[in-house]
Design a protein around this ligand. Structure first.
Ligand SMILES: *Cc1c(COP(=O)(O)O)cnc(C)c1O
Length: 337
């Protein structure tokens, strides 16, 4: 089976497994796991931030980030297809008591101008707008990305109105592989950044939240009450550390393979259109009258696993375990559908 449902399906490489098996560990709730501490230090340093905290999932790092930047009854501005809204089980409402203000943006990329128009005036009828949340790359937007210039102008609006900024950087390194920008340049524009180690970077589990020391101290308390304090977590943190050291430079390969899938899909008789492919996500729309569930079944019969992504859309994601042999097979299958 060629599994393109998500970039979360990868298994540890032999080198990563070695790193995991030889990890030095301790009780991380007591702050005594040297490998977790090393991972947090590395993540903070790469992002040019003071501190980082290791968590079991990107959902948790997003939820903690938003929680520590807001008070109940306030409002977060984000893309209507944002992961924090669509795929985190209602956590923002439940854990932080916030309401959402949605924007569509350009494939989910918001502009400074449209954000500014949605900030509530100081009037007791309205919730206080407190956070701008951006996603980079944008999952629902087919893996498109922001440039730092775009983010800079959004940050100017945030400063002008006293708003905080949180980045869902589940696939930030995929964006940076394309823009060539330095991750440490992000620290000026965001209060908190969530980074998934378990997506394109290929670790089996885990995410980092980075920010100032003061915010990360606060995050540690929230992680505890969410049940995310882990004990000898160094065994999995070692995989994250290995991923940061070894799997960033190869992300472009995933993007090239995604481009090849885009080309094949453009020649497929079932496909009406393919969203432009910018990174490792490929979203395509089926021709009128075709059903997503039938098409997924058909793909599965031929050996490709994918996921439905709306009424007429299907998503494929390339990753570390999808090499050139599988690409060749996948292209042949798609063209023959
Ligand atoms: C995967 C993902 C997350 C985090 O998901 P977890 O499965 O909880 O790690 C957050 N944001 C985006 C855009 C994602 O794709």
């Amino acid at each position: 089976m060629i599994d393109l449902r998500s970039d979360t399906v990868t298994k540890p490489t032999p080198g990563m497994l070695d790193a995991m098996m030889s990890a030095k560990v301790g009780d991380d709730v007591f702050g005594e796991d040297p490998t977790v501490l090393a991972l947090e230090a590395k993540g903070a340093e790469m992002m040019g931030m003071e501190a980082a905290i290791y968590c079991p999932s990107g959902t948790m790092t997003n939820q903690i980030g938003i929680h520590i930047l807001s008070n109940p009854y306030e409002e977060v501005i984000c893309y209507s297809g944002a992961h924090i809204y669509k795929y985190e089980g209602g956590g923002v409402a439940g854990t932080s008591g916030l309401s959402f203000r949605f924007l569509d943006g350009d494939r989910g990329r918001l502009s400074a101008r449209e954000i500014e128009a949605e900030i509530n005036p100081d009037d007791i009828h309205y919730p206080i707008t407190s956070i701008i949340e951006l996603e980079n790359t944008v999952n629902k937007g087919g893996g498109c990305y922001y440039t730092l210039d775009q983010i800079k102008s959004i940050h100017t609006v945030a400063v002008k109105h006293g708003l905080k900024m949180h980045l869902d950087g589940a696939r930030l390194f995929n964006a940076l592989a394309e823009t060539g920008e330095n991750p440490a340049d992000y620290n000026e524009y965001f209060d908190t950044i969530s980074i998934c180690l378990s997506k394109g970077l290929g670790a089996p589990v885990g995410s980092l939240l980075v920010g100032s020391q003061k915010l990360i101290n606060k995050a540690r308390r929230v992680r505890k009450f969410m049940g995310g304090g882990m004990r000898q977590a160094g065994f999995i943190a070692a995989a994250g550390l290995y991923a940061l050291e070894n799997h960033i430079d190869r992300l472009k390969e995933d993007h090239q393979r995604a481009k090849a899938l885009e080309e094949a899909l453009n020649q497929c008789s079932l496909v009406e259109s393919v969203m432009p492919v910018d990174t490792n996500i490929v979203i395509f729309r089926l021709k009128e009258g075709l059903k997503v569930s039938d098409t997924l079944e058909k793909l599965k019969e031929k050996g490709i696993l994918a996921v439905g992504f709306g009424a007429r859309d299907i998503r494929l994601v390339t990753h570390l375990d999808f090499g050139d042999d599988q690409l060749e097979q996948a292209v042949a299958i798609i063209k023959a559908l």
